[in-house]
Design a protein around this ligand. Structure first.
Ligand code: AMP
Length: 407
C-alpha cells in the first residue's frame, strides 16, 4: 500500500523485473500472496493482499499474457483441507479485475497442465492452495518442476512469502526465467532503500512483544539511525535493565545485558535512545480491567505495563517532529484492547503528521495504523510481516535471491 510521497528512493534490486520479460502470448506463473484473513464462515475480511497484486496482474493482462496465479492460504499442512480453499479468493479477484477468473481445484498435475495449455491471451487462472501439497513447504524438487511445467516464465509478487524457500518461491525459479512483480519490487525499493540511503534525521520506532523478535533489526539499524524509540512489551526489558521495578510486565531476563549494551552503544555513538517515561498498567489485559498511568520508574508489584503513557506519547511524538525518514515496526502496547491502544494510536498519528518519508513494517503495525485511520497518510506500508523483518535485519531473502540476475 502506498500513500503520501515524500522523497524518492532508488531501487536496489539487481534482478529481472516483469517488464524485462516478453510475456505476450506466454504462460506466466505469478506467485502472489493471497493469504487473506477469513472469518469463521470463510468470508474474506480484508482483501488488501489481493488488491496489492493488481498492478502486476493488470500489467500482465494488458501485455496479453496467459496468467496463472498461485498462492498459499493458511496452514493446511500438506492436506486438502477445504477450509483453506482459494475458491472464494477467485470470486473476489474476479470482481476486482472485472474479468473471468477460472479456478482450478489443484495446482499441479495433468489436468492443470491441460487447462493452462488451452488458455488464450489475457486469460486468468487461479490454482488451488499450494500448501495442499507437502512439496510446497518442503521445497520438494519434483513439486518445483511440476509447477514449472505449467509456464514459460515465473514472476514472484508474493513479498509476504519471499523469506521462505518453498516450492513456488525458489523451487520453480530454478527452471524458468524468473522476475520480480511490481509489489515485490516496491517492497524491496522502500525497505532496502530506507536502510541504505535514508534522508536524515532517520528515526526508527520499535515496539511489539519481545526484544528477541526485534534484536536482528535493532542490530542492523543501530549504526544507521539518528534516533531510536522503543515501546511495546520490549520496553520493559530495557526498563528492568536500568534497575527499575517492572511488576508483572513482559520481560526477557536473558536479554537484560544485551538491552544495556544496545542502549550504551547508541549513546556512545550520539544516537538518541528513547524508552517510555510513563506506562499504562493493569493487573490483566482483559478489556474491563482497571488501568492506571504510572511513571516508568514505579510500576507496582502485581501490575503490568500494557501501553506507553501520555507523557511518553508526547515525548516520542516530539522526537519525530524533525524526522525526515521514519521506520516503524511494532505497536507501542496491546493495541488490540481499547484501554491499551491510545499510545499506539497517538504514535500512528504523529507518524502520519510528520513531514517525512514514513515506512511501516507489516503485520501488527499495519493493522494498528489501519485501526488508527491513518493508513492513507503513510508513505509505504509493507505487506509482509516476517519478510519485512528479515529484510530490515539485513538478511537476503531466498525468494529474491532465486530470481534471474539482471545482465
Ligand atoms: P510483534 O509481533 O513482536 O510486533 O508483537 C506484536 C504484539 O505485541 C501485539 O499483539 C501486542 O498486543 C503485543 N504487545 C505490545 N505491547 C505489549 C506489552 N506491553 N505487553 C504485552 N504484549 C504487548
Amino acid at each position: 500500500m502506498e500513500g503520501k510521497q515524500f522523497a524518492p528512493i532508488k531501487g536496489v534490486l539487481n534482478k529481472l523485473s516483469i517488464r524485462d520479460l516478453n510475456i505476450k502470448g506466454k504462460r506466466v506463473f505469478i506467485r502472489v500472496d493471497f493469504n487473506v484473513p477469513l472469518d469463521k464462515d470463510l468470508n474474506i475480511t480484508d482483501d488488501t493482499r489481493i488488491r496489492s497484486a493488481l498492478p502486476t496482474i493488470n500489467y500482465a493482462i494488458d501485455e496479453g499474457a496467459k496468467i496463472i496465479l498461485a498462492s498459499h492460504l493458511g496452514r493446511p499442512k500438506g492436506t486438502e483441507d477445504k477450509r483453506y480453499s482459494l475458491a472464494s479468493v477467485a470470486r473476489r479477484l474476479q470482481r476486482l479485475v472485472k474479468k473471468e477468473v477460472t479456478f482450478l481445484d489443484n495446482c499441479i498435475g495433468p489436468e492443470v497442465e491441460e487447462a493452462v495449455n488451452k488458455m488464450s491471451e489475457g486469460d486468468i487462472v487461479l490454482l488451488e492452495n499450494l500448501r495442499f501439497h507437502k512439496g510446497e513447504e518442503s521445497n520438494d524438487e519434483e513439486f518445483g518442476r511440476a509447477l514449472a511445467r505449467l509456464a514459460d516464465c515465473f514472476v514472484n509478487d508474493a513479498f509476504g512469502a519471499a523469506h521462505r524457500a518453498h516450492g513456488s518461491i525458489t523451487g520453480i525459479a530454478k527452471h524458468l526465467p524468473s522476475a520480480a512483480g511490481f509489489l515485490l519490487q516496491k517492497e524491496i525499493e522502500y525497505l532496502q532503500g530506507v536502510i541504505n540511503r535514508p534522508v536524515r534525521p532517520f528515526v526508527a520506532i520499535l515496539g511489539g512483544a519481545k526484544v528477541s523478535g526485534k534484536i536482528g533489526v535493532i542490530k542492523n539499524l543501530q549504526d544507521k539511525v539518528d534516533k531510536v524509540i522503543v515501546g511495546g512489551g520490549m520496553a520493559y526489558t530495557f526498563l528492568k535493565a536500568l534497575g527499575h521495578p517492572v511488576g508483572e510486565s513482559m520481560v526477557e531476563n536473558e536479554m537484560l545485558d544485551l538491552a544495556n549494551e544496545i542502549r550504551s552503544h547508541a549513546l556512545s555513538k550520539g544516537i538518541k535512545f528513547y524508552i517510555p517515561v510513563d506506562c499504562v498498567v493493569a493487573q490483566n489485559m482483559e478489556p474491563g480491567a482497571e488501568a492506571k498511568v504510572v511513571t516508568a520508574q514505579e510500576i507496582p508489584d502485581g501490575w503490568k505495563g500494557l501501553d506507553i503513557g501520555p507523557a511518553s506519547a508526547r515525548l516520542f511524538s516530539e522526537a519525530l517532529s524533525n524526522a525526515k525518514t521514519i521506520l516503524w515496526n511494532g505497536p507501542m502496547g496491546v493495541f488490540e484492547v481499547d484501554a491499551f491502544s491510545r499510545g499506539t494510536f497517538a504514535i500512528a498519528r504523529a507518524v502520519a503528521d510528520a513531514y517525512a518519508l514514513t515506512i511501516v513494517g507489516g503485520g501488527d503495525t499495519a493493522l494498528a495504523v489501519s485501526r488508527a485511520g491513518v493508513s492513507e497518510s503513510m508513505s509505504f506500508i509493507s505487506t509482509g510481516g516476517g519478510a519485512s523483518l528479515e529484510l530490515l535485519e539485513g538478511k537476503a531473502l531466498p525468494g529474491i535471491e532465486a530470481l534471474t540476475d539482471k545482465k
